[in-house]
Write a protein that binds this ligand. Structure first.
Ligand code: GLC
Length: 390
């Protein structure tokens, strides 16, 4: 959850949604794992409480820290399984253990601090086991509505089967779930959720079909009455070209001609001709097969006789990075690849590029295109999922 820890789009949503809900008067308490990296940054913070995380083979202890971030309260759940993993996302078995521990610890923290929520909202496979635990571990919140938001269906927590058993969670018994899915964190959590949401309406429909359902389409279709897409948003104050310090020049939505200064600045940085009429294309993304970086590179390769300049910003899958590297080397006079996660440069790109390419193979929602729209970089997208809806 931004601004504390960010790996992908989930962080923007988890960080900004509580603030948006607070404006409607909802009292949201956000729980996050107390990752080793965060712990190092917040070294002075004192624990508020310790709680027990029961397992069939004994009891683990979780610590609860709390802090205010932009007027919202965030609980940080710490403990041995979280300390044992250096990165936010790592080895599947280790991740399943630490996130299951986290989810149970977060529920125990609510109980121990006397805060009983009217809705428990879990995001993705990582928090999904907490819903199963809330329903089955004689915790007592049998009627508390459980909501699970799916940000990316293929990530089901594979490899997490043993960890669930270690925390005493039984396989799902929903007859619509295939056997292989019953012991996985995401399907298990979905089977216990009262409502399932996805991050766009189109994706909610798509995952009920074989092309996007990852083998769970029959189960998801059986839940159609309690499966909704709710489109993500971005915070217009956080994404505001009129008040952004990163671009060369700030501009309002009624002075788009000022963007030319930002485009020229980018062309200068990369040593390219400063042509106003050569389209400057940008792509800002995790380099994942999902995101279709290869599709964009192949398409540009085919556009030899057309003028374009292209900047790709992001890192990820080594094979995709290597392809991008080779592409940039072959087109130095008009293509650049910056293998970094660089929020500052990304804002300069939104503020200066003419078009933003988002050719994802599938896209539960996607946030870059909304940032592009807000900054006047016209999104050129594949008509899928949230890209279609936005
Ligand atoms: C995941 C999805 C992306 C979505 C984001 C936030 O990263 O792949 O489409 O925008 O979560 O919901």
């Amino acid at each position: 959850a931004t601004p504390l820890v960010k790996v992908g789009g989930l962080a923007d949503v988890a960080g900004e949604l509580p603030r948006a809900l607070a404006r409607y008067g909802v009292d949201v308490q956000l729980a996050l794992p107390f990752y080793p990296g965060l712990k190092a940054e917040l070294a002075g913070l004192r624990p508020l409480a310790t709680v027990e995380v029961p397992r069939p083979d004994g009891v683990q202890t979780a610590t609860v820290h709390a802090l205010e971030v932009d007027g919202r309260r965030v609980w940080l759940i710490g403990g041995e399984p979280i300390d044992a993993a250096p990165a936010v996302y790592g080895a599947p078995e280790q991740d399943a253990a630490k996130f299951t521990f986290f989810g149970i610890g977060a529920l125990q923290a609510c109980r121990s601090l006397g805060w009983e929520p009217e809705v428990v909202h879990a995001h993705d496979w990582h928090a999904a086991p907490s819903l199963a635990w809330m329903r089955t571990a004689s915790f007592g919140w049998d009627r508390t509505p459980a909501l699970l938001t799916v940000h990316n269906l293929p990530y089901m927590g594979a490899g997490g089967e043993a960890a669930l058993a270690e925390y005493g969670l039984r396989p799902a018994d929903d007859p619509h779930l295939p056997d292989w899915a019953r012991r996985l964190p995401l399907p298990l959590g979905m089977s216990h959720a009262d409502w399932i949401t996805t991050v766009s309406p189109s994706y909610a429909g798509e995952i009920q079909t074989p092309a996007f359902g990852c083998g769970l389409e029959a189960f998801l279709a059986s839940r159609a009455g309690r499966l909704r897409g709710i489109l993500n948003g971005i915070d217009p104050r956080v994404w505001n070209p009129g008040a952004d310090a990163a671009p060369e020049r700030r501009y309002a939505t009624d002075s788009l001609e000022d963007r030319l200064t930002n485009k020229t600045a980018l062309q200068r940085i990369f040593g390219w001709p400063e042509h106003g009429r050569t389209p400057l294309l940008a792509m800002i993304t995790r380099l994942d097969v999902q995101k279709g970086v290869d599709l964009a590179l192949d398409a540009l390769e085919a556009l030899q006789d057309v003028r374009w300049q292209f900047i790709l910003l992001g890192r990820g899958d080594p094979a995709v990075e290597a392809q991008a590297e080779a592409f940039a080397a072959a087109h130095r006079d008009r293509a650049a690849f910056i293998p970094q996660f660089d929020p500052f440069l990304s804002r300069r790109l939104y503020a200066g590029a003419d078009m933003l390419l988002v050719p994802s193979r599938y896209e539960p929602c996607g946030l870059a295109q909304m940032m592009g729209l807000r900054y006047g970089a016209v999104p050129v997208v594949r008509a899928t999922g949230g890209l279609r809806d936005t």
